[in-house]
Design a protein around this ligand. Structure first.
Ligand SMILES: Cc1cc2nc3c(=O)[nH]c(=O)nc-3n(C[C@H](O)[C@H](O)[C@H](O)COP(=O)(O)O)c2cc1C
Length: 208
């Protein structure tokens, strides 16, 4: 232990006013996930334990901390739609995270419009400029070092349909910053917005 490093073993507590884990692993892209129950109720919720994991086929995944409606719906139907959360949609995204009972449709709650998907039966968020239609490939309960399940589930899915608002394609190239995506940082309320002025470029080095 040195004076200029705070060290802790998470199993024994962090010793800080707030757990820094989420603030360190951040900002994280948001999986704004639409799903539908087998009874037909639409669902929409944000998941920031989210990322992409493969190019071909394109695979995305998110982690449900506990058994939530989104997880149950995907277990039942095998389908979901990821929607890009942008700065203009931030407040609607936040509204969709409310812990509503399964019979509540968060599209309606957040004032969003479901638009029919092309490949799957779950609709996308019409207001979002980018959506991925997905079919679930694996649902894995996460384990700790002791091999016991931790009560969180990693939901992985293959992207089977991609919708991109044409204005985000500049000469055919997707313009990340033009969509003004938002990312989740730490604490109860921190987010970052991606803006073009923060862009820098760096190519991979060749060997030798
Ligand atoms: C920005 C943001 C990110 C979130 N990330 C997660 C996450 O990664 N995993 C999780 O279980 N809940 C996460 N939540 C909380 C869920 O959105 C919340 O529990 C929601 O009610 C779940 O909805 P559902 O039961 O309809 O699936 C997040 C909330 C917000 C606002």
């Amino acid at each position: 232990m040195t004076d200029d490093l705070h060290f802790y073993e998470p199993g024994h507590g962090h010793g800080l006013p707030h757990d820094p884990f989420n603030a360190i692993v951040g900002p994280r892209p948001i999986g704004w996930i639409a799903s539908r129950s087998s009874a037909g109720v639409l669902n929409l919720a944000p998941y920031s334990f989210f990322n992409a994991f493969n190019y071909t086929p394109p695979l995305v995944g998110f982690s449900s901390i506990g058994r939530k409606d989104t997880l149950r719906n995907i277990e039942q139907t095998g389908e979901f739609v990821w929607n890009l959360a942008t700065r203009p949609l931030a407040e609607a995204m936040n509204a969709s995270c409310v812990a509503a009972p399964p019979e509540v449709d968060e599209f309606a709650l957040a004032g969003l419009t479901p638009a029919a998907s092309r490949v799957v039966s779950v609709p996308r968020v019409a207001q979002s400029p980018v959506s991925f239609e997905c079919r679930s490939t694996q649902i894995i309960e996460l384990q700790g070092l002791d091999g016991n399940g931790v009560g969180s589930w990693l939901v992985l899915g293959e992207v089977v349909g991609v919708h991109i608002a044409r204005h985000l394609l500049k000469d055919g190239v997707y313009d990340t910053a033009a969509a003004a995506p938002i990312l989740r940082a730490g604490g109860p309320a921190d987010y970052f917005e991606i803006t073009a002025d923060r862009l820098f470029k760096m190519r991979r080095p060749a060997w030798p």
